[in-house]
Design a protein around this ligand. Structure first.
Ligand code: UP5
Ligand code: MG
Length: 193
């Protein structure tokens, strides 16, 4: 499988910053396949034969980063399910420096990083609101605080590192869904030219 010939864009940002919302729209406009690492982990957790169900459930509730071998395995398999697609949006991954290096070694380098910049207060408000209906085990105040801690300590440094490499497009999450998406859309359109 020719991973190296694929265009991979990482979609990063804190919990509730709008990664999923914008990725779904980019799929429609640009023909990406959207792979949310969190969604893949939640699906694996639900799979009755999975040997990782309990482990994943624990890491997600605690806002911790699942060992990267599991996540990269799921991402690779999901990419191989789309052999004819050459554009992938990988949402919510990598979440620490070790994961980023491992993905580069085992899969490929990302072309660009789309970073949704969002103040914690806004993310908190959106997550608590979503938590009323999402059914996610981590959309409660205790888990959200832990997710924020992991983001600051482990995940933001990955974005900073990519920024030093000149790979980051920053999109402010301030504004309506449509306003934020317009900025994301225009940046991705320019990138794909
Ligand atoms: N919303 C969005 N944009 C809005 C706007 N402009 N105005 C008003 N409302 C807006 O958005 C969140 C909410 O805000 C939604 O209700 C939306 O309608 C609204 P969403 O697009 O869902 O944000 P997103 O960034 O996708 O938030 P999510 O909660 O999915 O981010 P997380 O990074 O926390 O979650 P993820 O699913 O990626 O990971 C969950 C857990 O899985 C992690 O904590 C970790 O334990 C584990 N994980 C790993 O271990 N390894 C990985 O590689 C990935 C995940
Ligand atoms: Mg998401």
């Amino acid at each position: 499988f020719p991973f190296a010939q694929k265009t991979v864009v990482f979609v990063l940002g804190g919990p509730g910053s709008g990664k999923g919302t914008n990725s779904e729209k980019l799929v429609k406009d640009f023909g990406f396949v959207h792979l949310s690492a969190g969604d893949l982990l939640r699906a694996e957790q639900q799979r009755s034969e999975s040997q990782y169900g309990e482990l994943i459930a624990h890491y997600i509730r605690e806002g911790l980063i699942v060992p990267h071998e599991i996540t990269i395995g799921l991402l690779r398999n999901a990419m191989m399910d789309h052999p004819d697609c050459d554009r992938f949006l990988i949402d919510g991954f990598p979440r620490n420096i070790v994961q980023a290096k491992a993905f580069e070694d085992m899969v490929c380098k990302a072309k660009q990083v789309l970073f949704f910049e969002c103040p914690e207060a806004t993310m908190l408000e959106r997550l608590l609101d979503r938590g009323k209906t999402s059914g996610r085990t981590d959309d409660n105040i205790e888990s959200i605080k832990k997710r924020f801690r992991t983001y600051v300590n482990d995940s933001k440094p990955v974005i900073d590192e990519y920024a030093r490499e000149g790979k980051v497009i920053t999109v402010s999450c301030k504004g309506t869904v449509d306003e934020v998406y317009k900025v994301a859309h225009d940046n991705v359109a320019a990138l794909l030219q």
